[in-house]
Design a protein around this ligand. Structure first.
Ligand code: 5GP
Length: 120
């Protein structure tokens, strides 16, 4: 699949619950669920339910400001619910050189272990 073709992704099936996931937080605009391949004791993905052109952060436009703020605030709620509010990392991989693999914008919320900086 073209990196930014806008083709449907696996996350559409997670949103529609066609593919099961462990949901951690949900509201009208945002879904947060556990990553299938966790890179930390807590690894949750936070996504907009409506992709609306946001294949990656690099496609963000002025009209996306509201959802972008909601996603970041949802990341904080997830960190709180998961008990990692004292130390967590939020990552957005945007584009091929950042190793993005699913072209539906998502925030990774990672915690529960000591993180390293800089990342690889
Ligand atoms: P990216 O590499 O695009 O930043 O992150 C995509 C993430 O989606 C990866 O961490 C990968 O493990 C996760 N992922 C891919 N397919 C599925 C799936 O079917 N279910 C869940 N829960 N996570 C998935």
């Amino acid at each position: 699949v073209n990196a930014d073709s806008g083709a449907p992704t696996i996350f559409d099936k997670i949103i529609s619950k066609e593919i099961p996931s462990t949901i951690v937080y949900e509201d009208e605009a945002v879904l947060a669920f556990r990553d299938i391949s966790p890179q930390a004791p807590v690894h949750v993905l936070v996504i907009p339910k409506l992709r609306d052109g946001l294949t990656d952060l690099g496609k963000a436009e002025k009209r996306h400001e509201d959802i972008l703020g909601r996603l970041l605030y949802a990341a904080k709620i997830v960190a709180e619910k998961e008990g990692i509010i004292d130390g967590f990392r939020v990552v957005i991989n945007s584009g091929p050189s950042a190793c993005q693999s699913v072209y539906h914008l998502h925030l990774h919320v990672l915690g529960g272990r000591q993180m390293k900086w800089p990342p690889g």
